[in-house]
Design a protein around this ligand. Structure first.
Ligand code: APR
Length: 240
């Protein structure tokens, strides 16, 4: 841990990359943890994709209303708040996240790149007009403007990542001297390319994850014995 403290203190540009493991200590299930992940309960091939939006809209909507209610019942944990404070103090310079829960914004981070979109926005899949989140939660899942199907502002399997966000994340990764992964299995592309892009551009790579990842062999340091929250609290205390 001491070497990570030194790297954070020496780095002039540090980027954090988070996955679902960042939010499990808020209560939200991740996707692939053994027996606990969300995809152990639901099959993403049935629901979390464009086909379901177009051909199984009722099931699709029921699933995402369930996900929305679940996310709304949790909030950022102290680890999120530490990342928010670190950006304010320029200890870190941005957060690239695969998460759609909006917790990094709630915790005070501004430079947040949500590669997989966000549950904070809803829009019509036909006219693209933004829709009211509360109305969606209360069952109005057709566009008030054109009657088209309303969907969450997240990236579904089979869709492209938002181009502007992806390009910004790439530019931030190019600038990183230190790139810290928090709570991702690093199994979903193209998001899982960023740690390697950072490495190829000379950054040090730290991976904090309960389970092994396919990129561990490229990391300068791997932390598996601590949870994300424990890791951030411990580092934060030693940086003070
Ligand atoms: N501390 C440390 N590691 C944790 C913790 C924790 N408290 N909780 C979970 N983890 C680890 C798990 O061991 C797992 O390896 O976090 C990792 C989360 O991996 P995934 O569940 O695969 O989530 P993620 O990498 O974010 O998935 C990427 O897949 O389904 C899509 O769009 C979805 O954004 C998601 C993407």
């Amino acid at each position: 841990m001491d070497e990570i403290i030194n790297w954070i203190q020496a780095s002039t540009y540090t980027i954090i990359f988070t996955g679902a493991g960042m939010s499990t200590e808020s209560g939200l299930p991740d996707f692939r943890s053994k027996n606990r992940g969300l995809w152990a309960k639901f099959n993403p091939d049935e629901l979390a994709n464009v086909h379901a939006l177009n051909h199984n809209f009722e099931e699709f909507t029921n699933f995402y209303q369930y996900r929305l209610r679940e996310i709304d019942s949790y909030k950022p944990h102290p680890g999120h708040l530490i990342l928010g404070r670190w950006e304010q103090s320029r200890t870190i310079h941005g957060v690239i996240t695969q998460n759609v829960d909006g917790f990094h914004h709630d915790a005070g981070n501004n430079n947040v790149m949500e590669l997989h979109g966000t549950f904070r926005k809803f829009y019509c899949n036909v006219c693209k007009k933004e829709q009211d989140r509360e109305r969606y939660l209360n069952g109005s899942n057709y566009c008030h403007h054109c009657g088209g199907p309303v969907r969450p502002g997240i990236v579904l399997f089979g869709e492209m990542l938002p181009e502007a966000t992806f390009n910004q994340a790439e530019l931030e990764t190019f600038k990183a001297e230190l790139f810290i992964v928090l709570g991702s299995s690093l199994t979903v592309s193209p998001a899982n390319m960023f740690p390697m892009v950072a490495k190829e551009h000379g950054a040090r790579l730290v991976i904090v994850n309960r389970e092994a990842t396919p990129l561990d062999r490229f990391a300068d340091s791997i932390i598996q014995h601590k949870s994300i929250k424990e890791f951030l609290i411990e580092i934060d205390q030693q940086l003070k």
